[in-house]
Design a binder for this molecule. Structure first.
Ligand SMILES: [Zn+2]
Length: 265
């Protein structure tokens, strides 16, 4: 069994093929896919995908890239949506939330402040409902960690992790797993492959981030959750471990950090 801990199945790249893509992933033993929301307007979409496909679950959140157009009232609406979703077994986490200090239009002083406001308010929602968070971290590790120390959530996943060993250690101490995917399949990604090879195996979860971050053999075509086992194969080779063990351990790690997944698997 494999778990894709981060897949944007609602993205326009999958339009009208979502159910077929989920079914093909299932045939590859991808028994669970977590679909994070990106803005208030797609909360209903990710929920409906998770209810239509037996191997899908969802998270609710406002992604930093969608913060410019987000309104403060969206946070109130999100809290209401999360409260209602607590009775929904297919709802497993808060996400995708975080800080993006890479995209130039998101790094003006006002936009940094707005991002930090949305990030911290959503951390509070996660804390109040005892939910894990799926984090988008891009050139923002220090600020992400600063607020995680102040607002105590149960843990979560640093998605598409690409930091230092020291930062990895801090995330792990705060109850986080580190998400690895297509980026580590490129032989030139030396630092990332070193991290994947040597971080404690208990701290690693797998993800595709489809339709983005295609693995080397798919690039530049659209990524898809059915690629997850082959991405797992790369991790198995990097760590010199049997494929079976990688599938079993990374799935157990995903379940440990998103306990609500246990109710639907
Ligand atoms: Zn994402």
């Amino acid at each position: 069994m494999w778990i894709d801990t981060h897949c944007h199945l609602d993205a326009v790249e999958f339009a009208s093929e979502e159910d077929a893509v989920a079914a093909r992933a299932q045939q590859q033993n991808v028994s669970m896919i977590v679909i994070p929301a990106v803005e208030r307007n797609n909360f209903a979409t990710v929920s409906s995908l998770a209810h239509r496909n037996s191997n899908c679950t969802y998270a609710l959140g406002i992604h930093p890239i969608f913060v410019p157009q987000a309104k403060e009232e969206d946070l109130g609406a999100m809290r209401v949506a999360v409260e209602a979703a607590m009775n929904d077994a297919r709802f497993v986490a808060i996400g995708e939330i975080g800080l993006d200090f890479f995209i130039p239009m998101l790094t003006t002083p006002e936009m940094r402040e707005k991002q930090e406001f949305f990030y911290t308010e959503q951390l509070k929602i996660a804390r109040d409902f005892g939910l894990p968070v799926l984090l988008h971290v891009r050139k923002s590790q220090d600020s992400i960690l600063k607020y995680l120390r102040r607002i105590k959530v149960i843990g979560g996943i640093a998605h598409a992790f690409n930091g230092s060993f020291q930062q990895a250690e801090i995330f792990i101490d705060l109850g986080f797993k580190l998400g690895f995917g297509g980026a580590m399949t490129f032989t030139r990604a030396l630092q990332l492959r070193r991290l994947a090879a040597t971080l404690p195996i208990e701290s690693i979860v797998l993800e595709t981030d489809a339709p983005d971050i295609s693995p080397a053999w798919v690039h530049p075509q659209r990524n898809s959750p059915e690629q997850l086992p082959r991405i797992g194969q790369v991790l198995a080779e990097l760590r010199d471990m049997p494929l079976q063990a990688i599938a079993q351990i990374t799935s157990a790690n995903a379940l440990a950090v998103m306990p609500r997944l246990g109710a639907v698997i």
